[in-house]
Design a protein around this ligand. Structure first.
Ligand SMILES: C[S@@+](CC[C@H](N)C(=O)[O-])C[C@H]1O[C@@H](n2cnc3c(N)ncnc32)[C@H](O)[C@@H]1O
Length: 383
C-alpha cells in the first residue's frame, strides 16, 4: 500500500495533473464563478450603453449543482464503476443498483461538466481528470471530499442566512467539543489540496540534499500531510505533529499508511495551550489561521516564533485574499465558508499575515509559489 501511495503521489504525476487542470480551468463550467463578467452577446451599439443581462445570475442560480452532482455520482459509485471501461446507463445501473432515470440525469450532466464523455453508442467513460481524482481507490482522490460536500458542507451552508443575521455559525468547528468530529472526516479528504504545496515547500527548503537532521513541527497537523511529505523527501526529517487529542489517532493512522510513522511524535492539545517544544528548523501552519481568526492567529505566530531555532522557517498554507478583499473569488467564497463553520474565522491577505509575522519578530516574509489555493507564506526567525 505504501508503495502505491508513494508512487501515485510522485511529484511529476501530481504536478502534471494540477497543471492540466489549471490550463483547462477557464474552459470549464465553473468559469462562471470568475469575478470578471462574461462577454456580452449584445450587438456593439447596445453593449456601449452597458445594458445588463440576467445571463450570469441565471447561471449562478444553479451553481450549487456541480458539487452535489459529483457527490451523488461518487456515492452511487459511478466513477468507480467506469474505472474498468466505458458503460451504458443500463450497465452502470446493473452494477450499482442505482435507478436508470437518476443515473441518466447525473451522467449527462457530468458529460456537460467534462467529467465524463459519451460515445455514439451511449457508452460513458472517464476523462483524465475524473480518472485521477474521482475514483475512490486512487491515492489522490477527491471522492471523499465531494461525498462530504453532500453530507456536511452543503447542509451547513444552508444556514448561511441565519449566520449572516447573527454572525454565529451553525457548526463551530474551531471548538474542541465539535471540531474533531468534522475534521476527522475532512482532513484525509483534503490531502490532495496540500500535498503538491508541501512538495514545493520541501524543494524550496532543499530537504532532498540535506545532510543535517531537520526538526519539523506540524501545527494543527490533521492528516499530517505537510510533515509526511517533508519526511518523504529526506530520512533526516523528524516531525512533531500537534492537534487536538481526539485527532491524534487519525494523524497516527495516516502517518502509518504513508510509512513514515517511525519518524513522527505527537502532541495533543489546543494550538495555544499545547507544549510545542523548541529548536525546530521548520514550523508549518497548514490551513489553521483561517479557523483561528486574527487575535488567536497573532498569538499563535508568537508561540511559533519561540519554538523555532534562530534561522528557522515558518511556512503557512492559506486561502489568501488581496488587500482590498475583492479577489480572488475562491478565497472570498472560502471566507464565507469560515463564517458558516467558525466563530472568528476569515480569509486573510498576505500583507495582514506579514504584519502579524513582523509583530512576532519574523523577518523576510515572502510568498512561495506553490500549487493549491494560494501561494505559501514563508518567513524567517532572525539568526
Ligand atoms: C483544515 S484542517 C488542516 C489540517 C492540515 N494542517 C492540512 O493542511 O491538511 C485544520 C486542523 O486544525 C485542527 N484544529 C483546529 N482548531 C484547533 C485548535 N484550536 N487546536 C488544535 N487543533 C486545531 C483540526 O483538528 C484540523 O486537524
Amino acid at each position: 500500500m505504501n508503495e502505491v501511495v508513494r508512487s501515485a503521489f510522485s511529484l511529476g504525476e501530481l504536478f502534471d495533473t494540477v497543471d492540466w487542470i489549471c490550463e483547462r480551468r477557464d474552459a470549464r463550467y465553473l468559469s462562471i464563478l470568475r469575478s470578471k463578467k462574461t462577454k456580452s452577446t449584445m450587438p456593439k451599439k447596445a453593449s456601449k450603453k452597458k445594458q445588463v443581462t440576467p445571463e450570469r445570475l441565471m447561471q449562478f442560480g444553479f451553481a450549487y449543482a456541480p458539487p452535489l452532482i459529483i457527490g451523488a455520482a461518487v456515492s452511487n459509485k459511478v466513477f468507480d464503476t467506469l474505472e474498468t471501461g466505458g458503460k451504458t446507463v443500463e450497465q452502470v445501473s446493473k452494477t450499482t443498483g442505482a435507478s436508470q432515470r437518476g443515473l441518466r440525469a447525473i451522467m449527462n450532466a457530468l458529460v456537460g461538466l467534462e467529467l465524463l464523455k459519451k460515445d455514439r453508442h451511449e457508452k460513458y467513460s472517464l476523462v483524465p481528470e475524473s480518472e485521477a481524482f474521482l475514483v475512490s481507490n486512487k491515492p489522490g482522490t477527491l471522492s471523499g471530499f465531494f461525498a462530504m460536500a453532500c453530507t456536511h458542507l452543503v447542509p451547513d451552508w444552508l444556514h448561511l442566512t441565519d449566520a449572516v443575521k447573527t454572525g454565529i455559525p451553525p457548526v463551530a468547528v474551531n471548538r474542541e467539543a465539535t471540531g474533531p468530529e468534522f475534521f476527522s472526516v475532512l482532513v484525509e479528504n483534503i490531502i490532495p489540496m496540500s500535498y503538491p504545496a508541501a512538495m514545493a515547500l520541501g524543494q524550496s527548503l532543499g530537504l532532498a540534499k540535506t545532510r543535517k537532521p531537520v526538526r519539523v513541527l506540524d501545527v494543527a497537523a490533521g492528516s499530517g500531510i505537510w510533515g509526511i511529505t517533508l519526511a518523504q523527501q529526506s530520512p533526516l526529517v523528524r516531525v512533531t505533529a500537534q492537534d487536538w487529542p481526539a485527532m491524534i489517532p487519525t494523524t497516527k493512522r495516516i502517518t502509518q499508511k504513508f510509512g513514515v510513522a517511525d519518524r513522527f511524535s505527537y502532541v495533543g492539545g489546543d494550538v495555544l495551550e499545547a507544549d510545542f517544544g523548541s529548536d525546530y528548523d521548520v514550523v508549518i501552519l497548514g490551513h489553521i489561521l483561517h479557523t483561528e481568526g486574527e487575535d488567536r492567529s497573532r498569538k499563535l505566530l508568537k508561540k511559533v516564533f519561540a519554538a523555532l531555532k534562530p534561522g528557522g522557517t515558518i511556512a503557512i498554507g492559506e486561502w489568501l485574499v488581496n488587500d482590498a478583499r475583492t479577489e480572488p473569488l475562491p478565497s472570498l467564497i472560502f471566507a464565507v465558508n469560515m463564517l458558516v463553520h467558525s466563530e472568528r474565522g476569515d480569509a486573510f491577505s498576505f500583507n495582514e499575515i506579514k504584519s502579524w509575522l513582523e509583530e512576532a519578530g519574523f523577518k523576510k516574509a515572502r510568498k512561495l509559489q506553490a500549487p493549491g489555493p494560494s501561494p505559501l507564506v514563508l518567513a524567517t526567525k532572525p539568526g
